[in-house]
Design a protein around this ligand. Structure first.
Ligand SMILES: [Zn+2]
Length: 219
């Protein structure tokens, strides 16, 4: 496939991810941003556009050092660049504002991670999901609060703001965001119904062992 055609396919895939995030209620108005690596460029959603309406032709492009090659890239691009800088395997980054995941960081500001010991699928599919401390959106600090969590974690809640998920392709990055919000909702319902109970310790250990064998990818 010619290079242009490959880039256009990727731009369409980014739009597809934006629409899925919007349909799932993980974005309001112009919230969120999605990027993917194409050769030496990073393709990223434009600033100030609703992810429900953005078109493939509107994608902006950056170098890995942040130089703008085309278009008007998202104001949160520093966070994407921080992920690509620290994670050699990262080929795509999804940032959204999943409501239940954010709510956990607001209700329990002391929480360092989503309560992972309650659900087998959370351990198997993503491993622990840490909560990064609050940093003002669009600032370089957004990248620095992630530093200690990368490249180990592929799905991270950004305190009082949103979440970031990276992957070796767009599908993995999107799946991480969907999994996170699904797990955050289940835990929220459990808490509302009564309490969050942990799996037995031996089962938790066994699940983390299986996760280790499955590899680093978000499933
Ligand atoms: Zn944001």
């Amino acid at each position: 496939m010619a290079q242009n055609a490959i880039r256009e396919t990727l731009e369409h895939e980014i739009v597809d991810v934006c629409q899925r995030l919007h349909t799932k209620g993980m974005l309001a108005a112009a919230d969120g941003n999605v990027s993917a690596v194409f050769e030496n460029e990073i393709l990223i959603t434009p600033t100030g556009r609703s992810k429900a309406r953005v078109a493939p032709s509107e994608m902006a492009a950056l170098t890995r050092t942040g130089e703008i090659l085309r278009g008007s890239p998202s104001g949160e691009r520093l966070m994407h660049l921080a992920v690509y800088r620290q994670c050699a395997k990262a080929k795509a980054v999804v940032h959204a504002h999943p409501p239940a995941a954010i709510a956990w960081s607001i209700a329990y500001p002391e929480l360092l991670e989503l309560p992972a010991h309650a659900m087998s699928e959370l351990i198997l599919a993503t491993g622990r999901i840490p909560i990064a401390p609050y940093a003002r959106p669009g600032t370089a600090e957004m990248g620095s609060v992630l530093e200690s969590l990368l490249p180990k974690h592929r799905v991270i809640i950004l305190g009082r703001h949103g979440a970031i998920s990276w992957g070796e392709d767009l599908e993995e990055a999107y799946n991480g965001m969907e999994r996170l919000e699904h797990a955050a909702l289940i835990l929220k319902y459990a808490k509302e119904l009564g309490q969050i109970t942990d799996l037995p310790k031996t089962e938790i250990d066994a699940l983390f062992e299986i996760r280790k064998k499955l590899g680093d990818r978000t499933l």
